[in-house]
Design a protein around this ligand. Structure first.
Ligand SMILES: NC(=O)c1ccc[n+]([C@@H]2O[C@H](COP(=O)([O-])OP(=O)(O)OC[C@H]3O[C@@H](n4cnc5c(N)ncnc54)[C@H](OP(=O)(O)O)[C@@H]3O)[C@@H](O)[C@H]2O)c1
Length: 252
């Protein structure tokens, strides 16, 4: 079987760590994201190890997604693993204080973007058959309500249910689908969420031991390389030093 991985959001965090992890094992890489200079830098770092193809891509643009997938060079066409990683949270303030554009951006990226890429690559993945996989980045935020989670958590609940539903339709094709649901992990996620607030980033990840991007990349690689008859439906991963906090109650 070919070993070609297509990663969305490869310019940072889990996506970039996945590029390194799959490269270490000799996979060919298709790396996508919006920040071209980061893609170029990553390609320069990895191209002596494995074949690397990069494409600037905003997953919200369904036509651009189709174009990038349709224009994959021959050596990268037979994608065997899709890591649907591109995503973001915005607007950590209460729902009633959020700008509607921020909600829309999360839906466009985490829901429509993930669907766009999945739809474009499904025929290829089905063509590969047994051993192919779609690995979607969900979140513990899909299941655990918390203040400021509003639309972000709801988009990740979509990812979970879409992953399960895809499994039903792909039964018999050999294509596997997994929803990976990380907890607290130190990446650029909180800087994006807070509009670049370094103090909030440092406070959230400081004085504890969050997951690293490499921890999650290792799980993604593990899921992608399991025997072809094994499907992990959902994998929830938290740091040992994170747990749930219980209910909040409004009192007089
Ligand atoms: N860190 C956590 O605690 C955590 C926990 C659970 C789930 N997650 C999920 O894990 C995934 C990766 O997040 P991360 O923690 O690695 O955050 P990150 O460091 O901010 O990386 C996010 C990646 O998504 C890409 N991206 C964002 N919008 C995009 C768009 N419209 N089109 C294409 N690419 C886009 C970014 O690339 P460009 O800006 O270059 O486009 C970047 O490479 C996300 O889906 C996130 O929701 C994160």
């Amino acid at each position: 079987m070919n070993r070609i991985v297509f990663i969305t959001g490869a310019t940072s965090g889990f996506g970039r760590a996945c590029a390194w992890r799959f490269a270490e094992a000799g996979w060919s890489l298709v790396l996508t994201g919006r920040r071209e200079e980061r893609l170029t830098e990553l390609q320069a770092q990895l191209k002596d190890k494995v074949p690397v193809h990069t494409a600037v891509l905003d997953v919200r643009d369904s036509q651009a997604v189709k174009q990038v997938v349709g224009a994959l060079p021959e050596a990268f066409r037979d994608v065997t693993c899709l890591v649907n990683n591109a995503g973001l949270a915005l607007a950590p303030q209460p729902a009633q204080a959020v700008d509607l554009d921020d909600w829309q951006t999360m839906i466009d990226t985490n829901v429509s973007g993930l669907v766009n890429v999945t739809h474009a690559l499904l025929p290829t993945l089905i063509g590969q058959g047994a051993g192919a996989s779609i690995i979607n980045l969900g979140s513990v935020a899909a299941d655990t309500p918390y203040p400021g989670n509003h639309v972000y958590g709801a988009t990740k609940a979509f990812v979970r249910q879409f992953s399960y539903n895809l499994r039903c339709d792909l039964l018999g094709t050999g294509v596997r689908v997994t929803d990976i649901a990380p907890g607290l992990a130190e990446t650029e996620f909180t800087l994006v969420r807070t509009g670049g607030d370094r103090a909030t980033h440092d406070k959230l990840y400081g004085s504890t031991t969050p997951l690293t991007a490499e921890d999650i990349a290792e799980q993604i690689f593990h899921v992608a390389t399991l025997p072809a008859h094994v499907n992990i439906n959902r994998l929830e991963v938290m740091p040992v030093r994170q747990a749930w906090g219980g209910f909040a109650i409004d009192r007089d």
